[in-house]
Unconditional design. Structure first.
Ligand SMILES: NC(=O)c1ccc[n+]([C@@H]2O[C@H](COP(=O)([O-])OP(=O)(O)OC[C@H]3O[C@@H](n4cnc5c(N)ncnc54)[C@H](OP(=O)(O)O)[C@@H]3O)[C@@H](O)[C@H]2O)c1
Length: 257
């Protein structure tokens, strides 16, 4: 069994321009990954971060501008740059929530964007990478959520997409059984990132209130859990990991001081 399975490994992280994805990409660089492909839509930011991580960790980091929910774009990339998907670890992190309106008043565009990114995007990228992951006995890490286990008011569709991520993690694990591929579903509670700003369409005051007077998880906390789940020996598969901040006891119970 290799002692440091991450050293020299090839890693693809989607949604790496911010939050958990950015922290995870950097954590893999710091852990000695050989080549980290980082995906996002905001090009200048992605290029800046990739250059910074490469410098800081003497790592090989390649920025890949891609909308994971654009099926044609994912297929084109897989055809023209198959090396992007030829990895040992795929972290399906790109995702978002939009709105907290009740189902009877919600915006259909918000629903479409969540399903397109959180479900379709994960599927397109996984389909492109999985045959190569099988050849490499690789690892798929999906960013689920506590919203993939429990539902809260105003979160019906976001929670449904994360329930889908949980089902897909289980389904992929069943399909690749016997190949040596590991599949992990990481399910965090409240993490302070750009998530709430995106959810509230740029309303920063509303977003800040989500994290006010409590101690949420940091993106680095989640990145550490992801890297840990990948660093164990190949016969150990961390199937699921629920990570709540200590101040959060359930999707609806957060202590505010
Ligand atoms: N924050 C939380 O409390 C929390 C809790 C549980 C689970 N999660 C999950 O963790 C994951 C990361 O969220 P986060 O909190 O780190 O949010 P974030 O700070 O908003 O980061 C989301 C990342 O996803 C990227 N992204 C969004 N849509 C994309 C698309 N169509 N194609 C490519 N990249 C896309 C964004 O980059 P671009 O805009 O540059 O494309 C950004 O880099 C999500 O799946 C989220 O559901 C978050």
């Amino acid at each position: 069994m290799p002692k440091h399975p991450l050293k020299g490994s090839r890693v693809l992280v989607t949604g790496a321009t911010a939050g958990i994805g950015a922290a995870t990409a950097e954590a893999f660089c710091a852990a000695g990954a050989g080549h980290v492909f980082v995906v996002g839509r905001r090009e200048p930011r992605l290029r800046d971060l990739a250059a910074r991580w490469a410098d800081a960790h003497a790592a090989h980091v390649t920025p890949v501008v891609l909308d994971v929910g654009d099926r044609q774009a994912v297929e084109r990339l897989a055809e023209q740059h198959p090396e992007v998907f030829d990895v040992d670890v795929l972290v399906n992190n790109a995702g978002l929530a939009r709105g907290t309106e009740p189902v009877q008043g919600a915006d259909l565009d918000d629903w479409d964007e969540m399903v397109r990114t959180n479900v379709n995007g994960l599927l397109y990228v996984t389909r492109a990478a999985l045959p190569r992951l099988v050849r490499r006995r690789g690892h798929v890490v999906n960013l689920g959520s506590v919203a993939g286990r429990w539902v809260y008011p105003g979160g019906a569709v976001y929670c449904a997409t994360k329930h889908a991520v949980r089902a897909l993690s289980e389904g992929i694990r069943l399909d690749v059984q016997g190949t040596g591929v590991r599949v992990t579903n990481i399910e965090p509670g409240l993490v302070e990132t750009e998530f709430s700003e995106v959810r509230f369409h740029g309303d920063t005051a509303r977003a800040d209130a989500v994290y006010a007077d409590t101690t949420p998880l940091t993106a680095e906390d989640v990145a550490e859990a992801i890297v840990w789940s990948c660093a164990g020996p190949g016969h150990v598969n961390v199937q699921e990991m629920v990570l709540y901040p200590t101040d959060q006891a359930s999707v609806r119970d957060v202590v505010r001081r």
